[in-house]
Design a binder for this molecule. Sequence first.
Ligand SMILES: NC(=O)c1ccc[n+]([C@@H]2O[C@H](COP(=O)([O-])OP(=O)(O)OC[C@H]3O[C@@H](n4cnc5c(N)ncnc54)[C@H](OP(=O)(O)O)[C@@H]3O)[C@@H](O)[C@H]2O)c1
Length: 318
Amino acid sequence: MNAVAVTGASGLIGTALRGVLAARGVPVRALVRSRERACAVGDTETVVVGCVSDPRAVSEACADSGAIVHLARSTHRIEDICRFDYPAMYAVLAAANTNAAELHFPSSQAVFGNADGYPPPVLDDGTPPNPCTAYGAMKAAFEWTAKATCRIPPVVYRLPVVVPARLSDGAPWLRHLLAGGFCHLDVARRTVNLMPLDERFQHGGLSFVHVEDVVATIAANLFREPARGTVAMLADPEYLTFRELADVYADAARCLGYTVRTMWAVPGGGPCTVERMFRFDTTTATARLGFTSEAGRARLFGKLTDWFAAAAGAPHPP
Ligand SMILES: NC(=O)c1ccc[n+]([C@@H]2O[C@H](COP(=O)([O-])OP(=O)(O)OC[C@H]3O[C@@H](n4cnc5c(N)ncnc54)[C@H](OP(=O)(O)O)[C@@H]3O)[C@@H](O)[C@H]2O)c1
């Protein structure tokens, strides 16, 4: 069976993808950047330790693979993006062409830049990229360069916020987005204050996708010729406002006997300075890649409720 090379194999999506591929008996060649991470991916056939910007390390990791899933990414800082993510473009695309391997590349909603107004406009995959951050520009550049140079047309999965299977496994920025920016829990006093910290939370919301749906879609489209050349947004059809997320915590808190206080206004006001998210039409992803997000909203609410209950000290999640 053709091996699949995975860069960033120890990250959020990489970990979930390794699980799905292992269950299907697909041999995985992993690139990780430290020996500690190499131990964490011991379930793979081959592990190469190296930087994704190093063509030799990438070439070794991708040797004899039939597909490459390029998940490694640095940070949103421009110096990291210039040092790691842009050079990785050359290393990964060269490895794909040398091995005549398919490239599967998770891009981002950041290629579309900033949504103005509320409710935000609905974009589809025909909307031209218009990034407004270094990270979004890097993703757009990678998409264009891959389309222009890959011998086999790449599959590009544009992702909004990716929700892990357990929210406690999420990165700090994700926990801030899903709760820290508007839900303030005082376990000692058994109170919850629901109050947005800035205008982003007062007026905004998020587009999301569950990690399990992302990896199921990538795994299903490996070595599938009709998928080649597709650029598609994998997003749950529902856009959620932060106010709706706050209501989930309020319900969970009341079930646990907490006092809930709500003041849905930003103390001191102040303009929103961060990127706001669009809503997305996922027709292309569904039609061309078989993407589904069954009961995605209810699943997210279930994850949020379990997470809140654990944080609030419930003996058993309600
Ligand atoms: N998560 C999201 O919400 C989201 C949304 C849109 C798009 N995406 C895209 O999806 C892809 C995967 O995301 P993810 O959430 O799985 O990311 P992640 O959890 O941050 O994982 C990224 C992985 O890349 C590795 N890495 C970072 N710099 C590296 C370098 N210089 N050399 C080698 N490996 C390096 C990291 O290694 P360490 O473990 O050592 O740090 C980590 O394992 C990325 O391209 C990301 O831009 C993600």
